[in-house]
Design a protein around this ligand. Sequence first.
Ligand code: URA
Length: 237
Amino acid sequence: MQQILYSQGFGTRRVCTGLVEQGYVEVEGRACNDPYADVVPEGLRFRVQGTEWQYHAKAYVLLHKPAGFECSTRPSAWPSIYTLLPPPLRQRPTPKGQPGVQAVGRLDQDTTGMLLLSDDGAFIHRMSSPRHHVPKVYDITVRHALETTAVQRLLDGVVLDDDPKPVRAAACEVTAPCELRLTLTEGKYHQVKRMLAAVGNRVEQLHRSRIGGLSLPAQLAPGHWQWLTEDDLALLR
Ligand code: URA
């Protein structure tokens, strides 16, 4: 039991032993007071100091990022998105490097929407590597009405200031005079904002609504998170 608590991020091995010995852990509705109790982790639900938890060998979560949060563990001006997650997700031991889940890429402070986090390095790499071309869909409000020529340029490719190779949108749908839905398969720094600036416009609102085949669930409110299911992971891939 102590090992399970430790793997799920409930503290050091000593802290986890103490939690069990002091009666703070419940398994299947009953107190578990033996840190060395042999418990099968797969599918296990337990409570620690009243908090319900489900065992996950690896953590894959989806956060609905609100505006006004930075995707860094050491933010410069705004609170960190990591403060929106419960401590066990931030403390899970990892084989190397920083403990806890890490964001798959970053969204700007003022961008809202889907953000994936995981402690599985291979998953993070796969989802964020430009080589894998995972499509990401952004719903955007711009300052000036969109002209057909600008939309065509976004599809044909625009040059951003740090790279002579043009970047292009995989798809672009104008949904209202000042609104568009853009699909990108790479994630350069401030890419959406810089692409719209390159065609003489300005992003006023930016929201990521879809990654791969998975959309942001309508019931997941800004600032809230949920575990990704096996079906969600299949849709992402
Ligand atoms: N492109 C941007 O410009 N900002 C984001 O947050 C994401 C994509």
